[in-house]
Write a protein that binds this ligand. Structure first.
Ligand SMILES: *[C@@H]1O[C@H](CO)[C@@H](O)[C@H](O)[C@H]1NC(C)=O
Ligand SMILES: *[C@@H]1O[C@H](CO)[C@@H](O)[C@H](O)[C@H]1NC(C)=O
Ligand SMILES: *[C@@H]1O[C@H](CO)[C@@H](O)[C@H](O)[C@H]1NC(C)=O
Ligand SMILES: *[C@@H]1O[C@H](CO)[C@@H](O)[C@H](O)[C@H]1NC(C)=O
Ligand SMILES: *[C@@H]1O[C@H](CO)[C@@H](O)[C@H](O)[C@H]1NC(C)=O
Ligand SMILES: *[C@@H]1O[C@H](CO)[C@@H](O)[C@H](O)[C@H]1NC(C)=O
Ligand SMILES: *[C@@H]1O[C@H](CO)[C@@H](O)[C@H](O)[C@H]1NC(C)=O
Ligand SMILES: *[C@@H]1O[C@H](CO)[C@@H](O)[C@H](O)[C@H]1NC(C)=O
Ligand SMILES: *[C@@H]1O[C@H](CO)[C@@H](O)[C@H](O)[C@H]1NC(C)=O
Ligand SMILES: *[C@@H]1O[C@H](CO)[C@@H](O)[C@H](O)[C@H]1NC(C)=O
Length: 468
């Protein structure tokens, strides 16, 4: 079954292309018609057409800082698998450490080979390099990490897929926890000026790839357990987030910039409701509210006054997992899940996205409260997921996310592509049941989930305006 599916892949893709060619004129010339911009709750291309992202995450911020899986399959085969699902968007995670090393190495990126030796040791590093070279002969001992990312960007462009650059972490390790030293600005490994430098480097690098139209600021901000004295709150969040977005925008004004929220990117409510940053409610209980907050002058996240906001480049992004704060208490209650999504940030899409199960409560702690936003912005669901097995389609939270994104044409990216990691949490060849692929990347881990869940979902999302 699995093998048959993949063997059929090129023919199915070719047939689909022919079918499309008959229906609509092919505008391959300037695909993807960038730069993109925002208009109300929509992302639009340069032809003023609304674009909808549907995709997955491709991890590349582990210890070796090389996208996972290329020791098992060719880049073209991996991208073809994603194309088969129907994805048009891939969120690529990278670590700031990669750029720090480039600066330490006088401006030159280090090779895949030395990155592997460093991360995996001599024996496994050499073995993995040989496997990469066998499956991807264009990657040799002298190829650098960013050259590999360029190869992937080019292959994705060839197959009609956008590359989104996601700064996942500073130090390259499995993400994310309160005690990993990468949780919050100024955390042990979260150097703010290196972070800005890394953003500038990647924003410049993106200029060479027309299928990169967007970039994130930081994955899953959260309170640090390592440095307890950092002020973890809405005020320092907005101060750091707005400065970083201005920095990227000044470097590459074409890019959309995705803004993530607090508590592992669950909550953006203080921004969307334009609440006083010193006193605004928050999904969890670990916020360091400023002392005497209610007696201080009010402060607001005035996104419409920023350069990137005025240029219509701001997009919001939110995550939702069964282990996330709030959702963990409402796993079987779709009304509460959708009300939470709305309350914590998707209200930026406007009243039209207000779930049916909402009450008129204005109490932020009420699971069914759906306070309205005071601004309108596109908002994406850039991480969600669960075990890739036959039960995926039956998980209430997954069904609920599918329903909400389909109804409101919300762009999404599933976590994740990787059925295994070359190293993760100290374990070599670390397999992930949540991955779309098998551990050896030769097939889908759950073909029924791909065929009976993801593909119909993507069809239901409607026209994405990203077809080649
Ligand atoms: C897109 O919209 C802008 C503003 O309304 C307009 O100036 C421009 O000509 C439009 N572009 C296309 C390709 O329709
Ligand atoms: C090499 O990887 C294997 C698993 O593939 C692991 O068992 C072994 O400990 C690793 N060797 C070293 C030296 O880390
Ligand atoms: C790549 O490096 C390894 C380890 O140093 C070496 O054994 C191998 O011959 C090199 N390959 C080429 C093509 O130079
Ligand atoms: C951040 O890193 C830079 C070097 O890039 C260093 O000069 C600076 O002191 C570091 N900042 C902190 C707070 O450690
Ligand atoms: C863009 O590509 C050109 C040609 O390959 C290369 O010389 C240049 O360094 C690249 N620019 C960036 C920012 O990577
Ligand atoms: C960034 O965050 C740190 C840690 O909370 C804080 O000290 C600093 O003031 C913030 N920067 C801005 C510009 O708000
Ligand atoms: C919520 O408010 C609207 C408008 O004020 C009203 O029509 C509706 O009946 C209220 N719903 C509930 C459940 O109270
Ligand atoms: C808000 O709702 C929570 C949870 O339902 C409740 O404990 C709290 O008392 C309510 N607050 C107000 C002001 O009604
Ligand atoms: C999923 O739910 C349907 C309908 O309740 C049921 O028929 C099916 O057996 C379930 N599948 C799995 C794998 O749990
Ligand atoms: C990962 O899966 C592969 C293939 O199924 C297996 O050979 C390997 O031992 C697994 N790795 C671990 C750490 O269990």
């Amino acid at each position: 079954m699995k093998l048959n599916l993949l063997a059929l892949l090129p023919f199915a893709a070719a047939a689909a292309q022919v079918a499309r060619a008959a229906a609509t004129p092919i505008r391959r010339d300037d695909w993807p018609h960038g730069p993109f911009y925002t208009s109300g709750n929509q992302i639009k291309n340069a032809n003023n057409e609304s674009v909808i992202f549907v995709g997955t995450n491709w991890p590349g911020s582990g210890e070796s800082m090389i996208p996972e899986g290329i020791e098992w399959r060719s880049i073209a085969d991996i991208v073809s698998m994603m194309k088969y699902v129907g994805y048009n968007f891939v969120r690529h995670t990278y670590a700031i450490q990669m750029i720090d090393q480039i600066y330490e190495n006088s401006g030159t990126d280090i090779t895949v080979q030395s990155a592997l030796l460093y991360a995996l040791g001599e024996e496994n590093g050499t073995k993995t390099m040989e496997m990469i070279n066998k499956n991807n002969p264009q990657i040799t001992n002298s190829t650098t990490r960013l050259e590999v990312l360029s190869m992937i960007a080019e292959e994705e462009a060839k197959q009609g897929i956008l590359m989104h650059l996601d700064n996942h972490i500073s130090r390259a390790i499995w993400c994310c926890s309160h005690d990993d030293g990468n949780a919050w600005f100024d955390d042990m490994d979260f150097n703010i000026s290196n972070w800005h430098r890394g953003h500038r480097y990647m924003a410049n690098w993106a200029k060479n790839h027309t299928n990169i139209v967007s970039m994130s600021l930081r994955n899953e901000l959260r309170k640090s357990a390592v440095k307890q004295n950092l002020e973890y709150n809405w005020k320092t969040w907005w101060g750091n987030v707005s400065a970083a977005a201005e920095n990227i925008h000044a470097t590459n004004p074409d890019l959309l910039i995705t803004i993530s929220g607090l508590d592992y990117d669950i909550d953006l409510s203080a921004l969307t409701t334009q609440a006083n940053l010193l006193t605004a409610p928050y999904v969890n209980t670990d916020m360091d509210y400023p002392a005497d907050a209610s007696s201080l002058p009010e402060e607001y996240a005035k996104i419409e006054e920023t350069s990137f906001g005025k240029a219509k480049k701001a997009v919001l992004e939110i995550h939702a997992y069964k282990q996330s704060t709030y959702y963990e208490d409402h796993l079987e209650d779709c009304d509460a899940i959708q009300a939470g999504l709305y309350r914590f940030g998707f209200n930026a899409l406007g009243e039209s996205a207000r779930p049916e199960g909402c009450t008129n409560s204005t109490n932020f702690s009420d699971p069914y409260a759906c306070p309205p936003a005071k601004l309108t912005l596109p908002t994406l669901l850039t991480e969600f997921g669960d075990a890739q097995d036959a039960g995926f389609a039956n998980v209430t939270m997954q069904k609920c996310l599918r329903d909400f994104t389909t109804k409101n044409k919300i762009g999404w990216a599933h976590w994740s592509l990787a059925g295994s990691y070359r190293i993760r949490q100290g374990l070599m060849f670390n397999n992930d049941t949540w991955g779309l692929t098998t551990p050896t990347w030769d097939a889908f881990q759950s073909p029924e989930t791909v065929d009976d869940y993801f593909r119909p979902w993507i069809r239901d999302m409607g026209t994405t305006n990203l077809e080649l």
